[in-house]
Design a binder for this molecule. Structure first.
Ligand SMILES: Nc1nc2c(c(=O)[nH]1)N[C@@H](CN(C=O)c1ccc(C(=O)N[C@@H](CCC(=O)O)C(=O)O)cc1)CN2
Length: 284
């Protein structure tokens, strides 16, 4: 029987601990603070940001949502980041991606104080991860590691394939897997025969943004399959990079879309905001 890696269920379970952590911080006079900056009109980003706000409210985290027009300049955005870098009641700063073309995401990542970089995308935090000394970690890959661990899946010794080399998922995912003693291949658009690599992998993390890219023929029997994709079928239905209906008959464990990796992303964001607030409590 295939094991369903249910991110919604694990998120609900983690809510209990997070609420306790927030209550404990409150006794020290600390309310975790999260600043979320959204530039532009991307419809999906607006939904994600709204969900982050709701989730923060439920947990007792103070969230500040900045919705900036699509015409915002890089200088204006960097000034706002600087304001939150200096705000003692803000523990985490997140700039929702993607950004409009006039803003260079690299400049944004350099501007966020690494101690408040709740996304873990800044070069300091990415460097720490790849140095085997992780601090703040990108939420989606961290959520995947939690989901695997919560389901008793130890990646040590596994041949793992990460499809995609983005800052949000592929690169930090590979770093986490290496740190957990997996042998990792990162595939990208120029990789020769990614499907052949998939067929010999014990773990596949698909983050390529192509609906149903991984089919049952690409999966070794018993492999673990993690789907980070959020793609739309021609009928508008949300699906992933993995052909779930057929791959579930070959894999030993698999994440659904929706309800797998996605919910864990927001859960880890909340958890890391709380962890950063705990750091503030220790310093004060
Ligand atoms: N600064 C960041 N930008 C972006 C990140 C990020 O981690 N940091 N990740 C994504 C978007 N994202 C959070 O920001 C995100 C995407 C999807 C989900 C989610 O819960 N998905 C649901 C399905 C939702 C739907 O029905 O459309 C699921 O998979 O079950 C959460 C967070 C890009 N930008």
């Amino acid at each position: 029987m295939v094991k369903l890696l249910d991110g919604k269920k694990l998120s609900q379970k983690m809510n209990v601990q997070m609420k306790q952590d927030v209550a404990a911080l409150a006794t020290q006079g600390i309310i975790p603070g999260l600043a979320v900056i959204l530039v532009g009109d991307d419809a999906a980003s607006h939904i994600y940001v709204r969900n982050k706000k709701r989730r923060a409210e439920k947990l007792g985290i103070r969230s500040v949502i900045e919705e900036l027009p699509v015409t915002t300049t890089e200088t204006e955005l960097l000034q706002l980041i600087d304001q939150y870098n200096r705000d003692p009641e803000i523990d985490g700063i997140l700039v929702q991606l993607p950004l409009p073309a006039q803003i260079d995401p690299w400049h944004v990542l350099l501007a966020i104080d690494p101690h408040k970089d709740v996304d873990g995308f800044s070069p300091v935090n990415m460097g720490k991860l790849w140095s085997g000394r992780p601090d703040v970690i990108a939420c989606t890959p961290l959520g995947i590691m939690k989901l695997l661990a919560a389901n008793g899946i130890d990646v040590a010794g596994m041949d793992a394939l990460v499809i995609g080399r983005s800052t949000i998922v592929g690169r930090p995912m590979a770093g986490l897997l290496v740190n957990a003693d997996a042998t990792v291949t990162i595939a990208h658009t120029k990789t020769n025969d990614v499907k052949a690599i998939a067929r010999r992998s014990d773990l596949i993390v698909a983050a390529c943004g192509v609906a149903h890219f991984i089919t049952a023929d690409d999966v070794k029997p018993g492999a673990v399959v993690v789907d980070v994709g959020m793609d739309r079928l021609p009928d508008g239905k949300l699906t992933g990079d993995v052909d779930f209906e057929h791959v579930k008959d070959v894999a030993s464990a698999i994440t659904p879309v929706p309800g797998g990796v996605g919910p864990m992303t927001i859960t880890m964001l909340m958890n890391q905001t709380i962890q950063l607030a705990k750091g503030r409590a220790q310093r004060e």
